[in-house]
Design a binder for this molecule. Sequence first.
Ligand SMILES: Nc1ncnc2c1ncn2[C@@H]1O[C@H](COP(=O)(O)OP(=O)(O)OP(=O)(O)O)[C@@H](O)[C@H]1O
Ligand SMILES: [Mg+2]
Length: 288
Amino acid sequence: MELVIENVSKSYKQNKALSGFTLTMTPGIYALLGPNGSGKSTLMNIITDNIKADGGKIKFDGKDISKMGREYLKLLGYMPQYPGIYPQFSAEEYLYYMAALKGVKDPEKQIDGVLEEVELLDVRRKKTAYFSGGMKQRLALAQAVLGDPKILVLDEPTAGMDPKQRIAIRNYISKISFDKIVIIATHVVSDIEYIARDVVMLKKGVIVDNAPPDELTEKISGKVFRVNTAQKDVTEYQRKFKVTNISKEDSGGVYLRILSDKAPAEDAIAVSPTLEDYYLHVFGESTV
Ligand SMILES: Nc1ncnc2c1ncn2[C@@H]1O[C@H](COP(=O)(O)OP(=O)(O)OP(=O)(O)O)[C@@H](O)[C@H]1O
Ligand SMILES: [Mg+2]
C-alpha cells in the first residue's frame, strides 16, 4: 500500500500555504510537525479531498485519487482539527450517524469496541453537549477509526486531553497503525516521539526535514547541555544561547537546558537530545 504525494501546492490568494510538497508514504505513522500556519491542516485537507490543491498529484497504489471518487473516500478516516459534533446526539448516535455517512458495514459490531478504546463506553448514551473538550476529541477520533480506514488522518488528535488520556490515545493509535498509513499533525512532540516512523517537519509550507525521530535527534548529538547556575544569571544565558528549559534546583540554583554548538560553560554537562530539542533547534528561539 502506497500513498504518493507529488509536488502538491496550495495558495490562499498571495499566501503560499504549501509549496511543492512531495512524499511517499507506506504503512506506519508519519508525524507532521511545524509551527502555527506551516501548512499541516492544509495538507491534511488536500489528502482527505476536502480542498483542492492548485497543482500536483496524489496517487493511491498508482491511481490518481481525484479519479477514484467514493472508492478513495472509503479508505479514509479523518479527524479534523476542529471537529464539529452535533450537541443533540449522544456519543453512540453520533457514531451510528457517521458510520452511515461513511457507508460502514455492520456498525453495531464496531461501535462498542471503539467507544471502549477511547474510554467513552460508559457515557455512550450521554448527549455530547455535556461532554468536556477532551471527551469530544476522543469521540472525534472514534468516528475517524470507524470502518477500519487504510489512511488515517489525525489533525492534532490529543489537543485538550489530560496526560493519562493522551498516553492511552497514543498507544491506541500506535496499536491500530500497523496496516495503515497514519498521518498525525501535532504540536505535542512527545505524542509522536516514540511512535512515528518518520517525522516530517514543515516550515512555511515546505518540508525542511523528513527522517525517523532518532535520526533527527542524532543530528544535534553533543549539542545539548545542562548547566547549573544562579537565578540572576538566567537572563544572560538566554541572551547568549538557545535555552530550551529552565527548572529550579532544590538548593535554590537553576538548571538550564541549552542548545549550543559548544559547551556554554566550563561545567556544562552534555545530555542526550530529545525530539523537542531538535524541534526547537529548527524552529525555536529561547523559551521563557
Ligand atoms: N481557508 C483559508 N483561507 C485563507 N488562508 C488560509 C485558510 N486556511 C489556511 N490558511 C493559511 O494557510 C497557511 C497554512 O495554514 P494551516 O491551517 O494549513 O497551518 P497549520 O500548520 O495547520 O497551523 P496550526 O498549527 O495553527 O493548526 C496559514 O498562513 C493560514 O493563514
Ligand atoms: Mg492546523
